[in-house]
Design a protein around this ligand. Sequence first.
Ligand code: NCD
Ligand code: ZN
Length: 351
Amino acid sequence: MSTASSAPQTLTLRRPDDWHVHLRDGAMLQACAVHTARQFARAVIMPNLVPPVTRIAEAAAYRDRIRKAVPAGLDFEPLMTCYLTDGADPAELANGKQQGVWVAAKLYPAHATTNSAHGVTSMDKIARGLEAMEKAGMPLLVHGEVTDPEVDIFDREAVFLDKVLAPLLRRHPGLKVVLEHITTKEGVAFVEANGPRMGGTITPHHLNFNRNAIFKGGIRPHFYCLPIAKAEEHRLALRRAATSGSPQFFLGTDTAPHTVDTKECACGCAGIFNAPVAMQLYAQVFAEEGRLDALEAFASLNGPRFYGLPPNEARITLRAAPFEAPERVDVPGSDKSVLVFRPDTPLGWTF
Ligand code: NCD
Ligand code: ZN
């Protein structure tokens, strides 16, 4: 770290990884993969394609398509996940882990979010699969929201922790679990209370804005994602957790591209495409908190440690300088594009 004035102006760290990414498939994959690969050495690839990725062979083929979509010269490794459905096959989970295809499996409660129609309807239905994962040391990645329409959308994460996740942890005491894209102070406390078997990923956008941003001057669909951003006290709890240096919290962007027409309509999709600005945004948050010294742990060390992988040897250097991201990314072979997440305050870090 070099110091020009009192604050550091550059920061060199091990190349970071992204532990939660939606890369999609086909033309969208062609458009988006490069942006994640420029930022990160490895990424945990979400399996919510249509149809979802549930078999080892499907994941291996998808991994090949991702590798082909990344331009030559970029060093990038996709880490694949299995989409859990009711009755998930324990052998398919254990074998895929053993063959080095799966790094984890993803639990979407049925209908919780984009492409989750095939998700799990009750934890009983995946108990045998979870037992196999427990034995294989394969982490469970959780979209932590109840789907009961009676529960207020801003309470769905906190209710899930009490009603679903706490009993699941008791039932599977050896299972490693990641609470993905934490959005509440209850989520932070839950991860902390459950010790080293548990991790939590935090997105750059949930660190950047609170729920007011979705409605500032009108309804702004590009600030809408799931779990939905919560009130300011929750954003502050996330910032404290991410910058705390605790090994339980690590980087997961949840970059989730949707074309502009599917965001700007009467019933717009949930998801924020932040890949082109991810590290710039995280660096900004850590700088604002005066905790740039904790960025490498969050971005490059804690995730590999949780997954039992070595940290990357390559380094990146971030600089304090204005960064102008492209406004949009075009989807090849169509007239469609994806808007890049644009925070309300300018980005002051680049690399
Ligand atoms: C994700 C997507 O679009 O696939 N959307 C989102 O708002 N985060 C799904 C998800 O992770 O919930
Ligand atoms: Zn996601």
